[in-house]
Design a protein around this ligand. Structure first.
Ligand code: MF3
Ligand code: CO
Length: 247
């Protein structure tokens, strides 16, 4: 069952979303050549706790840190470590989840470090805009796969591939709630959306083929073909009009 949240609950999710947003902005600014992903993780945790939030990923299925990173051919879930130093030309995604007063928000961005290749810049733009195309479908009366289809068709029109192994999700009182939101599929399928549903929509897009593999730490996902990958995510509230982005 997909939960429908009250206006009071949505206000709590907005608070979690505001913190998530602020942390992502700070991470994007701090991500410069020579910075380690571990230092960025520490900054994010400090900010979240200062705002009376809790890092939603830390401890989730044993995940040890506050943020998930993903450099270049990493797709998602790279654990921040001191040995991962960002270099000019890298692209890195930051994925942040915040619990505030029992309510959750989840969002991700991908940024370039200094000057990046034209392909990397295009991949980032297409991934971000595919998320916006998906969000535009998150309206009361539409169905879940209208979102999926919009993301997939946008991405594939640029010759890139959507990752199928991971999906977006409902969110609210837990990080992951129903429904699952694949980034591919046929339109007009799946559960019907209603005002007050909260969705985390999160396309992961590979410059090459869609395949991924999971590394031996059990977390880090990388592209099978070694191509670049980007990730964007927003938490959105379904309304009768335009979807409300809270992150
Ligand atoms: N944003 C991701 C998701 O929604 C990150 C969660 S993975 C975690 O699935 F284990 F680190 F929490
Ligand atoms: Co998510």
């Amino acid at each position: 069952m997909i939960e429908v949240r009250s206006p009071e609950e949505i206000e709590e999710i907005r608070q979690a979303g505001r913190i998530t947003h602020d942390v992502l902005i700070a991470l994007s600014k701090k991500a410069t050549p020579g910075t380690t992903t571990l230092a960025l993780d520490a900054m994010a945790e400090g900010m979240i706790r200062k705002c009376k939030g809790r890092p939603a990923f830390k401890g989730y299925r044993g995940y040890p840190r506050t943020i998930c990173t993903a450099v270049n051919d990493s797709v998602v879930h790279e654990i921040p470590v001191k040995s991962r130093v960002l270099r000019e030309g890298d692209i890195v995604s930051f994925d942040v989840g915040v619990e505030y007063n029992g309510y959750y928000a989840d969002a991700a961005v991908t940024v370039g470090i200094g000057a990046i290749s034209a392909l990397a810049a295009k991949l980032i733009d297409v991934t971000r805009d595919s998320l916006m195309a998906g969000i535009a479908q998150a309206c009361a009366g539409n169905r879940v796969f209208d979102i999926s289809h919009a993301v997939q068709s946008y991405v594939e029109s640029y010759g890139f591939s959507v990752v199928r192994y991971f999906v977006g999700h409902g969110i609210g009182r837990a990080l992951h709630e129903e429904p699952e939101i694949p980034n591919y599929g046929k339109p007009h399928q799946g559960a019907r959306l209603q005002r007050g549903m909260i969705l985390a929509i999160e396309p992961m897009v590979n410059a090459g083929s869609a395949g991924i593999k999971i590394m031996s730490d059990g977390w880090r996902a990388v592209t099978e073909d070694g191509s670049l990958s980007a990730h964007y995510e927003h938490t959105v509230v379904v309304t009768d009009k335009e979807p409300e982005i809270v992150t």
